[in-house]
Design a protein around this ligand. Structure first.
Ligand SMILES: Cc1cc2nc3c(=O)[nH]c(=O)nc-3n(C[C@H](O)[C@H](O)[C@H](O)COP(=O)(O)O)c2cc1C
Length: 188
């Protein structure tokens, strides 16, 4: 995974160079609002990334910064806010599951966008997968991963997961989408 690191650093100098670039002042005109507005034009699916907390409890967060990274070996990456409680659990547990939401599961996205609430799990049907990470009932797909590598990414952390198990629902249901700060579906 050295290549990914070099790519993030922009040079072959590695993490030190990346950290130095990270501290640079933002380019003139690239305000947080303008950056958000621009990147918000990029439509994504929506997932709930789950793991297991220190006390064995289920944890999860809504995440759309999720990308397929490599086919051989099978890798995905998830970008977590450095303050995320789910990230803390993922680091400690060493594994996570990516649950891909269907359009009808928008309520789950809203639910898991709340920070670290045990109450978020009340009424949510789930079962532990192979790595122990919760798999949510009725999702379009679930990818179970073990943590392969972590990289710094500004105010986020990039977690690369090696895919240990996959399951798809087999149902033809539209995915939940996120675009320009709002939820959508393929029909909308
Ligand atoms: C549609 C959507 C996508 C999100 N994507 C991410 C993401 O990719 N990474 C992230 O860290 N937070 C993301 N969030 C915000 C987290 O879900 C939110 O901060 C949550 O409270 C974090 O909970 P935790 O601290 O228990 O992990 C997203 C929220 C929404 C509504």
């Amino acid at each position: 995974m050295g290549n990914l690191h070099d790519c993030l650093a922009g040079t072959a100098a590695g993490a030190g160079a990346y950290a130095a670039r990270d501290r640079e002042a933002p380019a003139p005109g690239v305000t947080a609002a303008r950056f958000r507005h621009a990147i918000g034009q990029f439509a994504t699916g929506v997932t709930v990334v789950t793991s297991v907390g220190a006390g064995g409890e289920p944890v999860g967060t809504t995440a759309n910064a999720v990308t397929s990274l490599s086919l051989d070996p099978p890798l995905v990456l998830v970008c977590f806010d450095r303050e995320s409680q789910t990230l803390e659990a993922v680091r400690a547990h060493g594994a996570f599951a990516v649950n891909v939401l269907a359009a009808r599961q928008r309520h789950l996205s809203v639910n898991f966008a709340r920070r670290g609430l045990a109450a978020a799990w009340h009424g949510v049907v789930h079962r532990p997968g192979r790595t122990g990470s919760p798999r949510l009932e009725g999702v379009l797909a679930a990818l179970e991963c073990t943590v392969a590598e972590n990289f710094p990414g500004g105010d986020h952390e990039i977690v690369v997961g090696r895919v240990a198990a996959v399951e798809t629902s087999g149902q033809v249901a539209p995915p939940l989408l996120y675009w320009r700060g709002s939820y959508g579906t393929l029909e909308a």
